[in-house]
Design a protein around this ligand. Structure first.
Ligand code: AMP
Length: 287
């Protein structure tokens, strides 16, 4: 496994692979790898000849008051895991490498970002779009792997690939959960033990909302309100949002007659957790 912090080295390696006709898969992450990331890497290994794992805690996607400094990191453990999984190249740039000076350009995400996390984290998806544009250009992947846990990110990457004509196939991967339903997240280590006990209620609330739909409720507002009540009764965490929107367009709807996302974000003391369920009009699909 090659490990590189250097953009030129990575570009040389991937160029060589491309010349040899190898299919390249990229798994962009912020590290502190868990089962969710592992599922993405495994999928990338199955589909491609050469897998690039990127590990970079991207400051551009964190707001001023957010947990950039508290974000967990463990480079050694991540590299051991990557090696075990058969990753071919790990790109772990530092901040200076990715952003050597002030940027002359920025990317505005004008659709799909004014709701959910984009609304409560202004600038977040602009930061995501910038770092992914750079990573796509550096690593030249044929396939890119993203978790459905971050469903809004999947929707924004879908638009980024489409609008900028990246010759990349987007591969969304199902959310990996703990035994009690809590979506795996690097941030879960920042929960207190009491918060950890309550946190599965986020997923339970989304399942509850989905059941309302499956039992015939089609009014978005009613599902959101009852999901909120369910969750408020089960956690001390502060609900940032519960929203039900069309997916992947992420537009506000009143009556459900297409594929939708029911998503929630909850603030705990040192972690903000997100989760979602995609509900298909022909049935109910859990992501
Ligand atoms: P992160 O390191 O949190 O930026 O995540 C890197 C990638 O892993 C993103 O595409 C996430 O959506 C994905 N991911 C994170 N948690 C999970 C999970 N529990 N299940 C599936 N994918 C995940």
């Amino acid at each position: 496994m090659e490990v590189s912090k250097n953009i030129n080295n990575v570009q040389q390696t991937v160029l060589k692979m491309k010349r040899e006709g190898r299919m390249i898969g990229i798994v962009p992450t912020m590290g502190y790898l868990h089962e969710g990331h592992i599922r993405l890497i495994e999928k990338a290994k199955t589909d491609n000849d050469f897998v690039v794992l990127t590990i970079f805690v991207n400051p551009l996607q964190f707001g001023e008051s957010e947990d950039l400094n508290a974000y967990p990191r463990d480079e050694k453990r991540d590299l051991d895991k990557a090696e075990e999984l058969g990753v071919d190249l790990v790109f772990l740039p530092n901040e200076k490498t990715m952003y050597p000076g002030p940027l002359s350009l920025n990317i505005s995400v004008v659709r799909r970002a004014d709701v959910l996390c984009g609304k409560s984290r202004p600038g977040h998806f602009e930061g995501v779009a910038m770092v992914l544009t750079k990573l796509f250009n550096i690593c030249q992947p044929d396939n890119a792997y993203f978790g459905k846990k971050d469903a809004q990110q999947v929707a924004v990457v879908d638009a980024l690939i489409e609008d900028f004509n990246f010759p990349i196939r987007l591969n969304p991967v199902d959310t990996v959960r703990e035994h009690d339903g809590l979506a795996k997240s690097s941030r879960n280590v920042n929960l207190t033990s009491g918060e950890r006990m309550e946190a599965p209620s986020i997923h339970q609330a989304l399942e509850f909302g989905k059941d309302l739909f499956c039992r015939g409720e089609k009014t978005a507002g009613k599902i959101v309100e009852q999901t909120r009540q369910f969750l408020e009764a089960r956690t001390h965490g502060k609900i940032d949002y519960i929203e039900l929107l069309s997916y992947p367009e992420l537009e506000v709807i009143e009556e459900i007659d297409q594929q939708v996302i029911l998503a929630a974000a909850v603030f705990y003391k040192k972690a903000r957790l997100i989760d979602n369920i995609i509900i298909n009009k022909d049935g109910c699909i859990t992501m």
